[in-house]
Design a binder for this molecule. Structure first.
Ligand code: MN
Length: 356
C-alpha cells in the first residue's frame, strides 16, 4: 500500500511537491484542469492563498500531449514523487460523450489520443467521473467535529429537479453562451448506453497504451439529480460497470466516502471483493456520517467507516496500489487545505504502520 496526495492544477508547483515530500507520501494524483468555479468546496479552497503561490509549475495546459505528461512526471521525479494517476478528463474533452451530442465521435477520438499520449509518457492510470451533473447538490455547514466546516447532502435543502441549462455539463459551461433552453433529461437507459459505448471504444485503447481507466462513483450517489440519471450510484451499479467490460484495465477510482453514502451494500465486502479481483485503480480514502438522502462528510477518524478495518482488508488482499486522502473538513487555521490533508495523511500512515 502506498500513500499519495491529490493536487489540483494550480497546486502543481514546487511548493506543493515539497509539501507532499515532507508528509512522506510517495505518489501524486494530478488534476490538469481548474474546477474552482464549479465546485463549492473547491471555490472555498481557492480563497486559501497558500494554494497558489509557488516558484514554478505546470502552467496553463491547453492540450494534453505526451510532452504535458512527461513534463509533469519529470517535475515530480525531482522530488522523489511518482505520478499515480491523472484525475478527470476536462469537460471540454468529452461533454458530448456524456450528453451523446454531435461532437461525440470527434471527442472519443481525442480521448483516445490523450490515453495513448499518457501511455507513451508512463502515466499508469486516468480517473474519470462519467456523470452529466458532476458533483452537485451539496450544502455546507459546521458538520464535522468541533463545528469544522464541511459539506453534506440533505435532499430537503435543495431542488433536486432543478434543470441544467443547455450548454452546461458538470456545472460548467462548455460553450460561450448557456441556455436559454434546458438540457434534455437523461434517462437511466441512456446513461448506461453512453457508458457502454465509451467502455467499448476506450478500454481496448487503454489496454494497448497500458493505462488503467478508473471510474469514480457518483457524488452524491442518488438515483437522479437535475433530471439526469446517475450511473454508478450503488454497489451493484459498480459491479455492473465491471460486467459491462471485463478487462482489468476497467477499474474503480474507489471513493470510500461515496461507497458508504450509497443506500445499498456493505463497504467492507465491496472493498474486499474489488481488491481481490483487481478492480481498484486507486482509492479515495475519506469518511462520512449517514447515507443518501442525508449525510455529512466528516474527519477521517469520526465517520461511519472503520478505516482501520479497511486497511486490514486491503492488506489481506495484498493491495499494492495508492490511497489518497479525499475531501477533508476545514481545520480552522491559515491553511485549511494543507492542515486537513496533513491530518488525514498522518492518520493513514499510522493505520498502515499499525497493520504492518
Ligand atoms: Mn472521491
Amino acid at each position: 500500500m502506498k500513500i499519495g496526495l491529490g493536487l489540483y492544477r494550480q497546486m502543481l508547483n514546487e511548493r506543493h511537491y515539497r509539501f507532499a515530500q515532507q508528509l512522506g507520501v510517495t505518489h501524486i494524483v494530478a488534476h490538469l484542469e481548474d474546477y474552482f468555479s464549479a465546485d463549492p468546496k473547491l471555490a472555498d479552497d481557492a480563497h486559501d492563498s497558500s494554494l497558489t503561490s509557488g516558484s514554478w509549475g505546470l502552467g496553463q495546459v491547453d492540450d494534453w500531449t505526451e510532452e504535458t505528461f512527461t513534463t509533469l512526471i519529470n517535475d515530480l521525479a525531482r522530488f522523489d514523487l511518482k505520478l499515480a494517476a491523472i484525475e478527470n478528463f476536462a469537460v471540454r474533452h468529452w461533454h458530448d460523450v456524456l450528453l451523446d451530442g454531435p461532437k461525440r465521435d470527434e471527442q472519443i477520438a481525442h480521448l483516445k489520443r490523450i490515453v495513448r499520449a499518457a501511455g507513451a509518457a508512463g502515466v499508469p492510470c486516468i480517473g474519470y467521473n462519467f456523470s452529466v451533473t458532476g458533483v452537485w447538490g451539496w450544502t455546507r455547514g459546521p458538520y464535522a467535529r468541533g463545528g469544522a466546516q464541511s459539506v453534506g447532502f440533505d435532499i430537503g435543502d435543495i431542488d433536486p429537479d432543478k434543470p441544467i441549462p443547455e450548454g452546461m455539463v458538470w456545472n460548467m459551461a462548455y460553450r460561450d453562451e448557456v441556455g436559454p433552453d434546458h438540457q434534455a433529461p437523461t434517462t437511466h437507459a441512456q446513461i448506461w448506453d453512453r457508458y457502454q459505448r465509451f467502455l467499448d471504444e476506450m478500454i481496448p485503447v487503454s489496454e494497448e497504451a497500458g493505462v488503467i481507466l478508473a471510474a469514480h462513483p457518483d457524488d452524491p450517489p442518488v438515483e437522479a439529480l437535475r433530471m439526469s440519471a446517475k450511473l454508478i450510484n450503488s454497489h451493484d451499479a459498480y459491479r455492473r460497470a465491471f460486467t459491462a467490460n471485463s478487462s482489468t484495465n476497467n477499474r474503480a477510482e474507489l471513493c470510500l466516502g461515496c461507497l458508504q453514502e450509497m443506500a445499498d451494500g456493505d463497504v467492507y465486502e465491496t472493498v474486499e471483493e474489488f481488491a481481490n479481483t483487481d478492480r481498484i485503480g486507486y482509492i479515495h480514502f475519506r469518511n462520512v456520517r449517514g447515507k443518501v438522502p442525508n449525510y455529512h462528510e466528516v474527519f477521517i477518524d469520526e465517520g461511519d467507516i472503520d478505516m482501520a478495518r479497511i486497511i486490514s482488508i486491503l492488506k489481506a488482499a495484498n493491495y499494492q496500489g495508492v490511497l489518497i486522502p479525499d475531501h477533508t473538513p476545514e481545520l480552522e487555521c491559515d491553511a485549511p487545505w494543507h492542515a486537513g490533508k496533513a491530518f488525514a495523511v498522518g492518520y493513514m500512515k499510522a493505520l498502515i504502520a499499525a497493520a504492518n
